[in-house]
Design a protein around this ligand. Structure first.
Ligand SMILES: *Cc1c(COP(=O)(O)O)cnc(C)c1O
Ligand code: SF4
Length: 431
């Protein structure tokens, strides 16, 4: 299959657009002018059920929806576009809207390390054992998720988190003996040609770093373009490269984003998964919990069961981040926990490798362990799964129960405390 991307300038050529009214196409254009929009022929032909596209999770996952902008914003953009406003006017309005959508959540700036007096813009190192690496060639994706928290880098061409030198990567890991994992991320690193993977991986192998144990690749490619591992012209070379890493004693893991069990059902994805696993690649799965896409415990239980059947290890359930179209996708913390619990309760232990629901916040990954009552007060029980300070992890703490809370900053300490236990240390860390 030949990869064919669709975006704002050519989506009207998608044959299935005949199912949409003119008004629906205009909605895509209006919202797609503000938020990034890209899909491909695999998603369009194999995943979306066009007979029911308005409610189809994969349609909503790639195609911008009217409700992703508030009414006033939508109407303003629509009138500019239908009124053929000058390009410059549209662009100015778009920039204003984007800045209102919290383009840099969770303080990612403060994860960028300074090394030998130089800011390493292609690295984020927040959690002691695991550093993120953003290869320059992997900063786009086969298709864009409408919920994506990395949307500013696609929309604003803001590639400040990217690096192309393998040397700096190697030097940084060597100098930090706590780092056991390097996680290639993006965008989607799997959009890179194999020759770039080779350059980075060979540099890591040649450096022979004893504390480097895991190379991970965060990717949505299995769901959006599984042919990357089967029939693409450099797929065989990529599989051989993975085998080589594995033979050298380094675990290689795809951190695969699967939002819905429907993404696991095509022949193409099943072939790709089989091939990766035969090559010794571990596949772990993660996804945010999203209104309109997967806010249903049966969907999650099926997702985990199907994954385990294919040899994939369920890993994280996330809460949707506080950026972009968050209001559209938001699920309250209370409901997130209920969905998690009800899904977890209906699967066996082999599926319960999953952790969550978890918020990726500035201080760390905070899990909602549950709702409980302590000394007569209704509380959320929370727990750090990862922390800027590793000692915060695994110490339960309490917030006042709030049925409407959707993010950590909506929560207040419970039981008469004025601060959460980590807050003072967190401020000191940032200073
Ligand atoms: C999630 C995350 C990681 C990886 O954490 P694991 O729990 O080891 O999977 C690393 N860095 C950042 C900034 C993250 O958000
Ligand atoms: S594949 Fe990942 S990085 Fe790309 S748009 Fe989706 S969530 Fe964002």
């Amino acid at each position: 299959m030949i990869y064919k991307p669709y975006s704002l300038h050519n989506f009207r050529q998608i044959p299935q657009m005949e199912f949409l009214s003119e008004e629906q196409k205009l909605e895509i254009e209006v919202v797609g002018t503000v938020l990034p929009f890209k899909t491909d022929n695999y998603v369009v032909d194999e995943l979306i059920d066009w007979n029911n596209f308005e409610r189809d999770p994969f349609f909503i996952l790639n195609f911008p929806q009217r409700e992703m902008l508030d009414k006033a914003t939508f109407n303003k953009m629509a009138s500019l576009i239908t009124g053929n406003a000058p390009r410059k006017t549209i662009q100015e309005e778009v920039n204003k809207i984007r800045l209102r959508l919290n383009p840099n959540p969770a303080g990612q700036e403060s994860n960028v390390p300074v090394f030998n007096g130089k800011k390493l813009s292609g690295i984020q190192h927040k959690y002691r054992e695991t550093m993120l690496f953003f290869p320059t060639q992997g900063q786009t994706c086969h298709a864009y998720c409408t919920f994506c928290f990395r949307w500013p880098q696609f929309a604003l061409n803001d590639f400040k988190f990217a690096m192309k030198e393998a040397d700096t990567l190697v030097e940084y890991i060597k100098a930090n003996p706590h780092i056991s994992d390097v996680l290639f991320t993006g965008g989607d690193p799997a959009v890179m040609k194999t020759k770039f993977f080779e350059a980075y991986f060979n540099a890591l192998l040649d450096a022979d770093i004893p504390h480097l144990r895991n190379i991970r690749i965060g990717t949505k490619s299995l769901a959006y373009w599984p042919y990357r591992y089967t029939t693409d012209d450099d797929a065989d070379d990529l599989i051989r490269l993975f085998e080589k890493v594995k033979k050298r004693g380094i675990n290689i893991a795809l951190m695969a984003h699967f939002n819905h069990p429907g993404e696991l059902k095509t022949e193409a994805v099943q072939k790709a998964v089989k091939r990766l696993i035969s090559a010794g690649v571990q596949i772990r799965s993660q996804s945010p919990l999203l209104h309109h896409i997967n806010d249903n415990s049966n969907v999650w239980a099926e997702n985990w069961r199907e994954q385990v059947k294919l040899g994939i290890i369920p890993y994280y359930m996330f809460i949707a981040r506080n950026t972009g179209a968050q209001d559209y996708f938001a699920v309250t913390l209370d409901r997130a926990w209920k969905i998690f619990k009800s899904a977890y309760n209906q699967v066996s232990g082999v599926c319960r490798t999953v952790k969550g629901p978890s918020m990726s916040c500035n201080p760390g990954k905070v899990q909602i362990v549950g709702v409980s009552e302590v000394a007569g007060e209704k509380v959320f029980v929370l727990n750090f799964l990862q922390g800027r300070d590793p000692s915060w992890v695994g110490r339960p703490f309490f917030a006042k129960y709030d049925p409407d809370a959707i993010w950590l900053n909506d929560l207040k300490p419970a039981l008469g405390e004025s601060n959460f236990f980590y807050e003072q240390a967190f401020l000191e860390l940032l200073a």
